[in-house]
Design a protein around this ligand. Structure first.
Ligand SMILES: NC(=O)c1ccc[n+]([C@@H]2O[C@H](COP(=O)([O-])OP(=O)(O)OC[C@H]3O[C@@H](n4cnc5c(N)ncnc54)[C@H](O)[C@@H]3O)[C@@H](O)[C@H]2O)c1
Length: 352
């Protein structure tokens, strides 16, 4: 019989089941706040990260992306897809998994599901940004697009910003009914609306979170009044936007990483030198966020690799106290590091 794998062969793996246990053990709003703290901490040390726009592989139906980054000690990447037509055949639009590794040895130190974690980190990022940019005292959010991300967005906006009133709209009424059913009993004031125009009535924050592989116009300029924060997260691919360009001309636009957002965000509709402010600068105090109550602020959020890195760091830090992982025999680790073949040979006959 072949020897058992060495200690070094094992990598902690967080399955979907364990991620769900972790969320319930911590409490979803506490976890969203915790992830937002890690994201904020990493935005504060922005300059220590190795940054690159994500590597996207496009097809007619969607996109598959790799999102790498490193802080010099830890490396991370996420695999994520975006296939808007998937829901019609019972599949999700977005699925993901990710990894952290030790930069000094190259050995992975965590492998995790990230479909749930992406929804959590996207919502945590949106709410963190809204805490810096939304008008003071915002308590009402229009939620346009009521799919997989929407409940997470709502809970994060409440946990971080105090939003308690939600005005909901989706072209598919079944999505809104699902959102209402999931959030009822959780203390929100919920209104299902018959149009995007109706949904934004009285809202200080507008979240657009729709999925369509084309240029869409979820909001037109005449719909957006003064003193609004727009959290636009559904436009995140070349050829996939949600806002009329006139809104961009009237807003102060905030982004994660301009080289990626200019390819994927709402600002792909604008010239290369269209002015934007980087969120890390607002968070460190190097740039101004909201200047006055009447300003329209727009977060052109596409999702950046450091946010996934922060979320994975959060999960890794929780594993010691919760033990919510399995040890995965992921790395071939021979006793003699140069004798990989010998290790394979010694396992011969162990094919059962
Ligand atoms: N910025 C980020 O970091 C980030 C992260 C995750 C997902 N996303 C993007 O967010 C979007 C939503 O993701 P999801 O997982 O919730 O998708 P989903 O498919 O579960 O939900 C999208 C919803 O949008 C609705 N919709 C489509 N067109 C609409 C329109 N014109 N008006 C109103 N509603 C409309 C659909 O009916 C559906 O219910 C996707 O485009 C995804 O790529 C962005």
């Amino acid at each position: 019989m072949a020897a058992a794998p060495s200690e070094l062969a094992y990598v902690p793996f967080v399955s979907v089941e364990n991620m769900m246990r972790l969320v319930h053990r911590i409490g979803i709003e506490t976890m969203l706040t915790g992830i937002a703290d890690y994201i904020e901490e990493d935005f504060r040390r922005w300059e220590s990260f190795d940054k690159t726009p994500r590597v996207a592989s496009h097809s007619a139906e969607g996109v598959i992306e790799l999102m790498p980054t490193s802080d010099g000690d830890v490396y991370g990447f996420k695999y994520v897809n975006g296939h808007p037509k998937n829901t019609k055949s019972g599949l999700q639009t977005v699925t993901a998994f990710g990894l952290l590794a030790n930069v000094h040895t190259g050995y992975p130190v965590l492998l995790s599901e990230m479909t749930l974690l992406t929804a959590l980190r996207t919502a945590a990022t949106s709410a963190l940004v809204a805490r810096y940019l939304a008008p003071r005292g915002s308590d009402t959010m229009a939620m346009i697009g009521n799919g997989a991300q929407s409940e997470f967005q709502a809970l994060a906006m409440r946990a971080l910003c105090g939003v308690t009133r939600l005005r909901l709209y989706d072209i598919d009424r079944k999505a809104t009914d699902k959102l209402v059913a999931n959030l009822s009993g959780l203390g929100f004031d919920l209104t299902a609306c018959s149009s995007a125009e109706d949904a934004i009535e009285g809202a200080q924050i507008i979240t657009t979170c729709t999925a369509d592989k084309q240029y869409a116009t979820i909001l037109t300029d005449n719909m957006v009044g003064a003193g609004i924060h727009i959290n636009a997260i559904g436009g995140d691919c070349p050829g996939k936007t949600e806002l009329h360009r006139d809104i961009l001309l009237r807003s102060d636009v905030f982004v994660e990483y301009p080289p990626q957002t200019r390819i994927e965000g709402e600002i792909q509709q604008m010239p290369e030198d269209f002015p934007v402010t980087e969120m890390w600068q607002v968070i460190t105090g190097a740039a101004k966020g909201r200047r006055d109550a009447r300003q329209v602020t727009l977060f052109d959020g596409v999702g950046f690799a450091t946010e996934d890195f922060s979320a994975l760091r959060f999960v890794r830090d929780k594993l010691e106290s919760t033990g919510l992982c399995q040890q995965l025999d992921l790395l071939a680790d021979p006793d003699d590091p140069r004798d990989l073949f010998g290790m394979l040979q010694r396992a011969k006959g162990n094919t059962a």
